[in-house]
Ligand binder design. Structure first.
Ligand code: N01
Length: 545
């Protein structure tokens, strides 16, 4: 018998959302409280917060400024919440997200400690069957992934790690009770944003810290400061304008964009600009508030790169150590630029040693530490700040089966394919918040999330108002979008780096530039146009009546 709208049993829920971080919390609120739908969030952790639940490593703080790294959807929320500093620490952001869950009464529709293991599209019912590893099975018309772009932690396969007799931790699975480094010999592997935040804090406690660096990084000081009551008052009074600027910007930061190329100004003016941004502003203003072509023009980029190299030489007293810390073989900003507090200064401490893994790669873990081709290092604790299987890893941990049994892992075997980063052809009624092919990770994340959540909610609302039960991206629209994402990336310097943006940090992962680099504002406009044209590039349908 062919199922029809009248014979197919209705799904248990309108929507299942996976993940209770920034994305999942807002998605639930939007579906349940704005659209009046039934929705449930499944969350593997024992609390909400996503990234900010897991990443409790020393020094963990946001490297975007609190006043815009926050939700904008509720005027009351943004007026009542008070941030303590320019760059809040992890516990404060987690408190904020818990407050959001309280304030909007979200907890009652969130199932904590429930990891979704499998999701299968039911063609005859236009719904998804969702399985958790606890054996729960539920059906929902829509399956929405809010699993995050940087959630599948990656520990490199170092031979012998199981024989190491000390303790080891990945920064994204940090013990809630913390780790006491006092008097301990610590090895930290990885010098991305995380390692760069953790290094100065661990160095203050540990007896000795060895930093194992494979790729040096261009880091810019955060210049973190408490926010004064007057600054807070001004931010709150200007939120309308701040959010507008962010929405209309290239990367979602509410900074005044520079109209100039770095090549347009003379070297003295350029130096003065970089000096001012380095000394007074810090953070992402260095890249997004200086010149408009640092990510596009190699010569322009080199001026900023060389400025940072000169700062490293100035800060680090031992010239040999400084040379190892200086990045040379990829353009500035083409790996996600870290923001630090006293990172380079930390290498002036007597209890910190830099190990250059390019000269002497790690060969094995031993019962007493780490061995490299140059030496053995005795360690009590190893910290893996080695990053994530980014953008695809956390979704592909779930066995996702679309129409006619299509396997998402197979479909993405040679790199992720999406339409607008939000849907995958062959996987109807599945939405991905900040998926590959969207500007998410190159953007101020909460803003990118809000845009996706609202677009998805509007799409669902459109279907329901018309009695439709299925939405699926066409293969043609998906192919065209994937081509566009690649073409736009090729106009930039991004593909020149071995970054997690291209999956280079994961052995065997296909090398594809995953985020959309065409800019947040143009992307948003494209999404709006697609919706205004009745969801162009999607097929909308309903079960036979
Ligand atoms: O991870 P990463 P992360 N042997 O992949 C090294 C966000 N974030 O956790 O560059 C030795 O950047 C690897 O070396 P290489 C932010 O978007 C945000 O630091 O691959 N080393 C690299 O140095 C960020 O970009 C905040 O050669 C190995 C490091 O480990 C993203 O999360 C704070 C290795 C991994 O760097 C990820 O940052 C922190 C091996 N086998 C992070 N494997 C905010 O404040 C890897 N490495 C918002």
């Amino acid at each position: 018998m062919v199922a029809s709208a009248s014979t197919a049993p209705a799904p248990d829920l309108d929507a299942v959302v996976i993940g209770a971080g920034f994305s999942g919390l807002y998605m639930l609120h939007r579906l349940r409280d704005v659209l009046g739908l039934t929705a449930r969030v499944y969350e593997a952790a024992d609390g909400v917060g996503g990234t900010w639940y897991w990443n409790r490593y020393p020094g963990a703080r946001c490297d975007s400024e609190s006043y815009y790294y926050s939700y904008s959807f509720s005027e009351e929320l943004q007026q009542e919440w008070v941030w303590s500093t320019k760059y809040p620490e992890q516990p404060e952001i987690l408190r904020y997200l818990e407050h959001v869950a309280d304030r909007f009464d979200l907890w009652r529709d969130i199932k904590l400690g429930s990891r979704v293991s499998r999701a299968v599209f039911q063609e005859h019912r236009d719904c998804w069957e969702i399985h958790t590893d606890g054996g729960e099975v539920v059906t929902a018309r829509f399956f929405i992934s809010a699993v995050g772009c940087l959630s599948a932690a990656s520990v490199p396969p170092i031979p012998g790690l199981d024989r190491f007799q000390g303790a080891w931790y990945h920064t994204a699975a940090w013990p809630h009770e913390g780790v006491d480094f006092s008097g301990r010999r610590v090895g930290l592997i990885g010098t991305g944003s995380t390692g760069i935040q953790a290094t100065p804090v661990i160095a203050e406690q540990a007896a000795h810290l060895h930093v194992f660096q494979r790729t040096p990084n261009y880091s810019v000081p955060a210049r973190n400061l408490p926010l004064s009551p007057e600054q807070t008052r001004q931010i709150k009074a200007n939120y309308g304008e701040i959010r507008r600027k962010a929405r209309e910007s290239f990367a979602g930061f509410p900074y005044d964009p520079s109209e100039k190329s770095a090549m347009e100004v003379n070297p003295e003016e350029r130096q003065a600009t970089y000096e001012r941004l380095w000394a007074e502003e810090g953070g992402f203003k260095f890249i997004y508030g200086s010149y408009n072509d640092l990510l596009f023009n190699k010569d322009s980029n080199e001026t900023a790169a060389e400025f940072i190299r000169s700062k490293i030489r100035e800060i680090v007293k031992d010239p040999a150590v400084a040379e190892v810390l200086i990045p040379r073989d990829y353009p500035y900003g083409t790996k996600r630029p870290p923001i630090d507090t006293d990172y380079f200064e930390t290498f002036n401490r007597d209890n910190v040693t830099l190990v250059d893994l390019r000269q002497t790669p790690i060969t094995e873990a031993t019962p007493t530490g780490l061995g490299t081709t140059g030496a053995d290092y005795d360690l009590d604790i190893i910290v893996f700040a080695t990053g994530f299987d980014a953008m695809t890893g956390s979704l592909l941990r779930i066995d996702v089966r679309g129409r006619e049994g299509r396997d998402l892992r197979e479909k993405w075997g040679s790199g992720p394919m999406t339409y607008l980063g939000v849907q995958v052809a062959g996987f109807p009624n599945m939405f991905v918040i900040t998926g590959p092919g969207s500007p998410s990770v190159l953007t101020n994340m909460p803003l990118a999330i809000e845009q996706h959540v609202e677009w998805i909610a509007d799409c669902i609302c459109f279907l329901r108002q018309r009695g439709l039960t299925r939405v699926e991206a066409t293969e043609g629209a998906e192919e065209a979008w994937v081509d566009h994402v690649r073409q736009v990336a090729d106009l930039t310097l991004f593909p020149q780096a071995n970054s997690w943006y291209v999956g280079a940090n994961i052995a065997g992962k296909s090398r594809v530039f995953m985020p959309y680099v065409g800019g947040f504002a143009p992307y948003r406009q494209r999404c709006e146009e697609v919706a205004a044209q009745g969801y162009q590039g999607f097929v909308l349908s309903s079960l036979p009546g």
